[in-house]
Design a protein around this ligand. Structure first.
Ligand code: ARG
Length: 361
C-alpha cells in the first residue's frame, strides 16, 4: 500500500514527525531532568525504555475521561516492543493479567508490543453477548466476529461466558482462549439480600487504544487499572442496553415498582452499587467508590496545578453516573484537548491536524 492520501509531502511528514519527537524530548527533559541525545531528520526516533515508561505514564495523566489518573506515576510499564508473534503476545498478556491481579491488590499495568500487532477485542476480558439475549448485549458484534473467526460458543449459553482474544498481525488473525486461572471474577452478594446470581471480572484491561507520542504510534498497548464500583453497578449491570438488572433487584428487595415516583430505580441502583463494593471488599479485590475517588481526583488536580500543568478533562465522563452532584467534580469546569500527546487514542480517532503518524520502529 504505497499511495498517500495525506496533503503533506513525504519530507513534510518527516519534518512534522521530527518536530513531534523534539517536542516530546523537551517534555521528557523538563519533567525528568534527563537530557536525551538529539534526534534529527536522518535518524527516526526510537525511544528508550525510560522514555517509553514516561510517555505511557503521561498518556494516562492526559486521559481526559479518567477519574483514577491520580495514580499515573505508579503505572507499571512493560516494554515488549520486541514481541510481535501472536503466541508470544498472548503468553505476555497472560503474564500481564497475573501481574495486574497481584493477588487482589490490583496494580495498573501497560504492556507495549511491537508495531504490527492489533487486538480486535476492546478489552482483554469480555463476556459474550448472544442473539438469544444472554450475556452482555454490548458485545454482540464482537461475539459474532469471533464466531466468524472460528470461536465455538459453549453449548449452554450463560450470561458470563468469557470471550476468546483475537490477535491480528499481517499474517492474519488468531484466536486464543484464556485459561481459567487467568480470569479473576467476583460473585455479587448483597449485604442483606444475599446472592444476586451476578458476577463481574476484577480487571478492566483496555486493549483497543493506541499509545501515541513523539510522532510514534503503538497500536497494541493494553493497559488496566482497577474498577470504580459505579462502572459495574451503575452502568454494566444497570444500563437498559447492558444487563438491565434493576427491575429484578427491585423486586427482590420488595420495592414498589408500580410507579416511577417511588424511585425504585434509584433505590435499586444504590443497592446494586453497595453489593458491588461489599462483594469486592469481601473477596479482597481492590475497587474504588465514587466519593473517595472523586476526592482523590481533586487532589490530583491540585498537584497538577502546583506543577504548572493544565488538567485535560471531559466533564461528562469524569462525573460518576451515581449521585454525581454529591461529588466535588460536579461543580468544576474542565477543558479537553483531544490531540494532547502523549495520549491514548481510538485507532480511527486521527489527530485533528490530519497528518499521518509514523509507526514505532
Ligand atoms: N468502564 C469500563 C468497564 O466497565 C472500564 C473502563 C476502564 N476502567 C478502569 N477502572 N480503568 O469495563
Amino acid at each position: 500500500m504505497d499511495f498517500d492520501l495525506s496533503p503533506f509531502s513525504h519530507s513534510e511528514v518527516e519534518l512534522l514527525t521530527d518536530l513531534k519527537a523534539q517536542h516530546f524530548l523537551e517534555l521528557y527533559a523538563r519533567e525528568t531532568g534527563e537530557v536525551a541525545a538529539e534526534t534529527s531528520l536522518a535518524t527516526p526516533f526510537v525511544p528508550t525504555t525510560a522514555q517509553l515508561t514516561f510517555a505511557a505514564r503521561v498518556a494516562w495523566r492526559n486521559a481526559a475521561r479518567c477519574i483514577g489518573r491520580g495514580y499515573w506515576p505508579a503505572l507499571h510499564v512493560r516494554d515488549l516492543r520486541h514481541i510481535s508473534e501472536p503466541e508470544a503476545v498472548f503468553a505476555e498478556l497472560r503474564r500481564h493479567l497475573a501481574l495486574a491481579w497481584n493477588g487482589g491488590k490490583v496494580q495498573s499495568v501497560i504492556s507495549v508490543f511491537g508495531p504490527d500487532v492489533r487486538i480486535l477485542n476492546d478489552q482483554l476480558i469480555r463476556y459474550a453477548g448472544y442473539p438469544d439475549g444472554r450475556g452482555d448485549p454490548q458485545n454482540r458484534r464482537l461475539t459474532a466476529q469471533l464466531v466468524e473467526l472460528g470461536w465455538q460458543a459453549p453449548e449452554q449459553h450463560t450470561d458470563f461466558d468469557v470471550l476468546p482474544l483475537a490477535i491480528q498481525t499481517p499474517a492474519g488473525t488468531r484466536l486464543f482462549e484464556w485459561e481459567a486461572e487467568d480470569i479473576q471474577e467476583v460473585p455479587l452478594l448483597h449485604p442483606e439480600a444475599g446472592d444476586l446470581g451476578l458476577r463481574w471480572h476484577a480487571l478492566p484491561v483496555i486493549s483497543n487504544m493506541e499509545l501515541r507520542f513523539a510522532g510514534l504510534t503503538y497500536p497494541c498497548a493494553p493497559f488496566n487499572g482497577w474498577y470504580l464500583a459505579t462502572e459495574i453497578g451503575a452502568r454494566n449491570l444497570a444500563d437498559q442496553n447492558r444487563y438491565d438488572r434493576l427491575p429484578e433487584l427491585a423486586r427482590r428487595l420488595g420495592l414498589d415498582t408500580s410507579r416511577e415516583r417511588t424511585l425504585w430505580r434509584d433505590r435499586a441502583l444504590v443497592e446494586l452499587n453497595r453489593a458491588v463494593l461489599y462483594s469486592f471488599d469481601r473477596a479482597g479485590v481492590r475497587i474504588d467508590d465514587h466519593h473517595s475517588l472523586s476526592q482523590q481526583f481533586v487532589a490530583f488536580e491540585e498537584r497538577e496545578r502546583a506543577a504548572g500543568r493544565r488538567v485535560n478533562g471531559q466533564w461528562d465522563w469524569l462525573i460518576p453516573p451515581l449521585s454525581p452532584a454529591t461529588t466535588p467534580v460536579w461543580a468544576r469546569i474542565y477543558r479537553e484537548d483531544r490531540d494532547l500527546t502523549p495520549g491514548f487514542f481510538h485507532p480511527r480517532q486521527r489527530p485533528a491536524s490530519g497528518c499521518p503518524v509514523a509507526h514505532g520502529a
